[in-house]
Design a protein around this ligand. Sequence first.
Ligand code: HEM
Length: 481
Amino acid sequence: MNIIYTSDKVAVAEVLAKRKVFIKPKLYEMLNMFGKNVDTVNGEEWSRHRKITAPCFNERVSSFVWDESVRQSQAMFSQWLAQPGGKVSRMVDDARIVALHVLYAAGFGVQHDFSGGARVSAPGYKLSHRDTLMTMLNNFIATMIVAPQEAIFDKIVMILSPRMKSVLLAIQEFRRYTDEAIASERKLLAEDRGDQRHNLMSTLIRTSDQAKADGAQSALSLTDDEIKGNIFIFNVAGHDTTANTLAYAFALLAINADIQKWVTDEIDEVLEGDESSVYEDAYPRLKRVMAVMYETLRLFGPVPQIPRRPVTPNVPLTITRPNAWTSMEFSSSTTTLLIPANTLVNLNIHAMHTTPSTYTSPKVWNPKRWITSTSPTGQSASSDRSTLQNEKLLHMEQGFAPWASGPRICPGMKFAQVEFTAVLSTVLKRARIAPSVKGGEDGSGMTAKTEVEALLQDSHHIGATVSMKRPEDLWLKVVER
Ligand code: HEM
């Protein structure tokens, strides 16, 4: 098997645009453990999954994501302030809880309190819903081995290692949690209350069951296993991705006080005197907050590479013509390669995000690069009302793809954007965040800043997403404004 690695923005955009020519390779099938889903299938099968799952991510859900994110982050923030000296060491874990609770509420119609909720096992369960998911994500390889052979592993449970036992339990209980959630949603639908519910799962079941009832068996419906498969993938894809982006952003803002001030100026203006912000009004105006998200994803995006497989040998691929050639032959800025048989094309998104040919000072975290000003002075550094109103978020056709691009672009992009914006603005409206250390230092010294910087660099891509290797060592100080 050959592998082509590319970070060329022209090639990346072309590969992602042609979903029928560059398909998802077989390794995605590992994620079929609870059923086939929109993330793992190709061709017509993908069209069917996507048509049914896409309507789940509508504006009504976005509005709900906003409200729930605000509710969760207010509770999280109160807990942070209650810590001695406002020093918080579980920010990564807390961001994960917020993301999980928002997903349960907007995704599955189940609301939890920040301090309890998904952390607590339901009656009759040994593990909490969160722990089933985290055990599977943290032991991904073992989960892929055990899940398809669950019945066999159950018979030999006595001789399994403690780790394999815990993976088996997580798979079994996750399945039970999902089955119960689907059954309860169906019950509400049968009682004719389904129309009032607008979460991801209710939309999925309603659309599918309705199509089955109408006799459109294959066109617009999912089997029960496929519904479970999609719910699993929403859980996996929609939780750690957003949570890690939030955790990185908090840490980066803590060590970049000037950027924190710049973004807080916008939040103060948009959420002026607003105790309960309204999605439709606030979200589109929080452009600097979105710039913080973009810039965090540029450097610490949870999906640093995307693999694809050409369906036939000798598929042409357009790439940027290397500079040396262009100077010799005065011709087009692109050229074409033919991809040999049996070749995987690996899109290196992180390298594309850090190339100096697209980004000046590419290693520097600078959210301001995403804001352009249409004011006559062009001052995006200022924060007066008219400057803020004239600012625009930069849109890049190529060279920036943390959510991929083309027809298979992440369907949860808006979900994640709304959640990120709501959480960050809720916290920064009331607090300032500074770096801290476990021991005595108060958070303003160089040591704390250097430690947080080192911790951010000490990240890895293991399991599903990019994350900090030592999240428990991240100490930040939260000071009420
Ligand atoms: C910051 C947050 C997120 C990032 C950076 C992100 C990134 C991505 C990327 C890069 C892909 C394409 C992967 C590939 O083609 O191999 C993808 C696909 C996907 N994402 Fe996200 N995602 C995020 C949040 C979410 C959320 C919140 C959900 C759902 C609640 C979600 C659900 C999905 C699904 C179902 C797919 C597969 C789509 C398809 O193949 O048609 N993601 N995501």
